[in-house]
Design a protein around this ligand. Structure first.
Ligand SMILES: Cc1cc2nc3c(=O)[nH]c(=O)nc-3n(C[C@H](O)[C@H](O)[C@H](O)COP(=O)(O)O)c2cc1C
Length: 176
């Protein structure tokens, strides 16, 4: 038997709720925002998307520059995830506050985050309005993986705002 539950409770049970740090830059102004809205849209061309509310400072920077970098996060970056999800780049310099290091990419001007194990450089090819967020669909132009990185790093994968916790990727359970 299944019973109907409030929408927010049902969605909370889904396995995938990723967390990333998105880095942006426009005219020398760099910023980082914590996001959960990330999706893989197409294999060829390789397209991903990030959902950003129009009120965010990051929204302006992506609109103006047409670029962003998606940075995966692990336990070591938990504090940065909190800070970048709370404070706005309009008021603070989040690179300075989190002590994260901007690093030049190869295809876009937006900086990679040096401390992140995996960074993905994207150029916006389409914008889609969807309810309270705008999805910036981006073509993946370059990807970077830290030397020596492996899954045991434990990337953060699921966040449940309602219980106030972040969870990392789980165990390997089988082949396909
Ligand atoms: C776990 C988590 C996930 C979030 N996901 C998103 C998201 O997908 N899109 C978004 O626009 N804001 C999201 N936010 C909120 C922004 O990170 C937050 O409003 C931030 O302060 C905006 O920064 P900015 O004004 O410098 O861009 C999330 C926050 C947290 C803590």
């Amino acid at each position: 038997m299944k019973k109907e539950v409030p929408v927010s409770e049902g969605l909370r049970q889904l396995p995938i709720r990723p967390v990333y740090l998105l880095s942006t830059e426009h005219k020398g102004k760099k910023n980082i925002i914590t996001i959960g809205m990330f999706a893989y849209f197409s294999g060829k061309p390789t397209l991903v998307g990030v959902g950003i509310a129009t009120s965010r400072y990051s929204f302006d920077l992506i609109r103006q520059s047409g670029e962003y970098v998606v940075n995966a996060v692990n336990k070591k970056l938990m504090n940065a995830v909190r800070v970048c999800g709370e404070k706005s780049g309009r008021e603070v310099d989040k690179f300075e506050l989190t002590k994260l290091t901007p690093k030049k990419g190869v295809r876009v001007n937006a900086p990679l985050i040096k401390e992140s194990p995996v960074s993905i450089e994207c150029k916006v090819v389409k914008e889609v309005e969807a309810g309270d967020h705008v999805w910036f669909i981006g073509e993946v132009l370059a990807t970077h993986i830290r030397e020596g990185y492996n899954w045991s790093d434990g990337l953060l994968f699921k966040w449940i705002g309602e219980d106030g916790f972040y969870y990392k990727v789980g165990e390997k359970i089988g082949t396909y």
